[in-house]
Design a protein around this ligand. Structure first.
Ligand code: AMP
Ligand code: GLY
Length: 472
C-alpha cells in the first residue's frame, strides 16, 4: 500500500494508477474540484519522515505525506491506517522522547512531525531537534501556547495581541470561587493544564456558578483561568508556521458536544465541516482576515514557533476572539484540511527545515464534512468492544480515518476513545455530508454518531445565530 498510489477521480489529469516513481510534474494543475490528489513532490521522495501519534489526525497526516516520502511512524497504539501507509512502524509511547529519538536515528529520519500535544509538552520536538532531526512541531517552550492556558492568556496580554477575553488566573481554588461569586456575568472556567479538551466548564451554558465552584473545589487542578464567557459561533483556523512565516488553511467548525443539537458533555470533537472557500457560511467578509491577523501577531511575538498553529476563535459581535491556541493540527480538523490540500505537505516540511519561504498553499476548493463514530456512552461511560464493520471498501466516495481501535485476530474493535472518522468531499457542504453519511452506512452496532453535523438545518442555525447576535 505504501509504494503505489492510485488517484481515484482523474478524468482530466490522466494520472490514475501512477506509481510514486512516475509522479505528476509540479507544474500540471488539474481541475480544482475534481482533483482528488494534487501534484506530487519530487524533492520529497528523498526524505524519510517520522510521524509521532496514532489517532485520526495522524492517519490524515500519514495519508498526506506517504505518497511523497518514505514514512515511518511511532505511537502507543497500532492504528491500522497508519501501519498500512508507513514503511515502518514501532509501538512507542508518543511522549517517550528518548525511545522516539532512538528509532528516528535508526531509520535515518530527515524530518519528523508530532501530532498530539502530549508529545510536544514532553519535549519530543526538543529532543528530535537536538538530535539533528528537524521536527515540524514546536518545542515545549513554544507549545506552552497550548499546554499552559495561564501562559497563553498572559502572553496575549503582554504582547497586546487583539482578541483576548478579559481573564484572571488563580492558584488557589478558594480565591477562584470568590471571584466567581463577585463577578457580574458568566465565566468560562479553564484548568491551566491539558485536559484533552474536556476540562473547560462554561457558566450559563454547561454549568451554574454553584456547579462550577463545586467542580473547582473537587478538582486537584494546579491552577485555573477564569475568563469572560464569549458568545457567538466558533471556528478553527490552522496555519503552517516556520521562521515567522505563516500559511493559513480554510476555516473549519468542530462540534465538541457529544449529542445532537450541541447537547451533552464536551468531547475531543465529534465532527467538523469546511466550505468551498476559506470562510464558513456564518462568517462575514473580513472575519477570516481578522482571525488571521491575530495569528500573524501571535507568530510575530513567538519567532521560534514552528509547526501547526491552531487558532480556535469565537466569532462575536465584536469580531473573532481567541478561545484557545493549540500547538498542532486539530482532531478532527486535520481530516477536513489535509485531504483538500493540493500542495504536497512534504514541501511545507522541507521548506520549514531548509529556512525557505513556505510554499503558497493550493486547495481543491471542495467543501468537507467529517463525522466521528465513537463508542456508545462516550465520553462519560464508553462501551469498548464493539466490532468495527467499515473498511476502505465500504466507505464508497468517503475517506476513512482510523483513530482508537483495538486490532484483534478477527477484526477491529472499539476502545473507550473515538473509533474512526469518515470524510466526504464535494462541491457543497450538503453533498459532502451525504458522502460522509453513505460512508457510515456500514458502521455496525455499538456506535454513536452525530448525524446532524454538516446537515443543512444545523448549518443554517449557525447563520441564524450570528444574524440574531448581529441584529441583522
Ligand atoms: P478549550 O478546551 O479551551 O477548547 O475549550 C473547550 C470549549 O469550551 C470551547 O470549544 C468552547 O466551546 C468553550 N469555551 C472555552 N472558552 C470559552 C469562553 N471564554 N467563552 C465561551 N466558551 C468558551
Ligand atoms: N478539535 C479540537 C482539538 O483538536 O483540540
Amino acid at each position: 500500500m505504501s509504494r503505489y498510489y492510485y488517484l481515484p477521480v482523474e478524468q482530466n489529469s490522466g494520472t490514475a494508477g501512477l506509481s510514486r516513481e512516475v509522479a505528476l510534474p509540479a507544474t500540471i494543475r488539474a481541475d480544482k474540484v475534481t482533483l482528488t490528489r494534487g501534484p506530487r513532490s519530487f524533492s520529497g521522495m528523498s526524505e524519510t519522515v517520522l510521524l509521532v501519534g496514532g489517532g485520526g489526525r495522524e492517519h490524515a497526516i500519514a495519508r498526506a505525506l506517504a505518497p511523497d516520502c518514505s514514512l515511518y511512524a511511532v505511537a502507543g497504539n497500532r492504528n491500522p491506517g497508519i501501519v498500512d501507509l508507513a514503511d515502518g512502524f514501532e509501538q512507542i509511547d508518543g511522549t517517550d522522547a528518548e525511545a522516539i529519538v532512538e528509532y528516528a536515528e535508526e531509520i535515518d529520519a530527515t524530518l519528523a512531525i508530532v501530532g498530539p500535544e502530549a508529545g510536544l509538552q514532553a519535549g519530543v520536538a526538543d529532543e528530535l531537534d537536538a538530535a539533528g532531526i528537524y521536527t515540524f512541531g514546536p518545542q515545549a517552550e513554544e507549545a506552552r501556547i497550548e499546554t499552559d492556558k495561564a501562559f497563553q492568556r498572559q502572553f496575549m496580554a503582554d504582547n497586546d495581541i487583539p482578541g483576548c477575553p478579559d481573564f484572571e488566573t488563580f492558584d488557589e481554588m478558594d480565591a477562584a470561587c470568590a471571584f466567581i461569586d463577585d463577578y457580574d456575568g458568566d465565566l468560562a472556567v479553564k484548568p491551566v493544564g491539558l485536559t484533552g479538551g474536556k476540562g473547560v466548564k462554561v457558566i450559563g451554558d454547561q454549568v451554574t456558578s454553584e456547579e462550577a465552584k463545586a467542580y473547582l473545589q473537587e478538582s486537584d487542578y494546579e491552577g485555573v483561568v477564569l475568563e469572560e464567557r464569549l458568545i457567538g459561533e466558533e471556528f478553527t483556523i490552522q496555519a503552517f508556521v516556520a521562521d515567522g512565516d505563516l500559511r493559513t488553511t480554510p476555516a473549519v467548525q468542530d462540534h465538541k458536544r457529544a449529542y445532537e443539537g450541541d447537547e451533552g458533555p464536551n468531547t475531543g470533537g465529534m465532527g467538523s465541516y469546511s466550505d468551498t472557500g476559506f470562510q464558513l457560511p456564518f462568517m462575514n467578509e473580513g472575519d477570516y482576515e481578522a482571525a488571521v491577523d491575530i495569528m500573524e501577531q501571535t507568530v510575530a511575538a513567538m519567532p521560534d514557533y514552528k509547526g501547526v498553529l491552531y487558532g480556535q476563535f469565537m466569532l462575536t459581535t465584536e469580531g473573532p476572539k481567541v478561545v484557545e491556541f493549540n500547538a498542532r493540527f486539530g482532531d478532527p480538523e486535520a481530516m477536513n484540511t489535509l485531504p483538500i490540500l493540493e500542495t504536497p505537505f512534504i514541501d511545507v516540511l522541507t521548506a520549514a527545515r531548509d529556512g525557505d519561504d513556505l510554499p503558497e498553499l493550493e486547495f481543491t476548493g471542495q467543501a468537507t464534512v467529517c463525522k466521528y463514530a465513537v463508542p456508545d456512552g462516550y465520553p462519560t461511560d464508553p462501551n469498548a468492544g464493539a466490532k468495527i464493520a467499515v473498511d476502505e471498501e465500504t466507505v464508497g466516495d468517503g475517506l476513512l480515518f482510523y483513530a482508537s481501535v483495538d486490532a484483534r485476530e478477527n477484526g477491529l474493535y472499539t476502545t473507550t476513545s473515538r473509533s474512526f472518522a469518515v470524510v466526504g468531499r464535494a462541491d457543497s457542504i450538503a453533498a459532502a455530508e451525504e458522502i460522509a453519511e453513505d460512508a457510515l452506512a456500514a458502521a455496525g452496532e455499538g456506535f454513536h454518531i452525530r448525524h446532524d453535523i454538516g446537515k443543512a438545518d444545523l448549518v443554517q442555525s449557525r447563520i441564524d445565530h450570528m444574524d440574531e447576535l448581529r441584529g441583522a
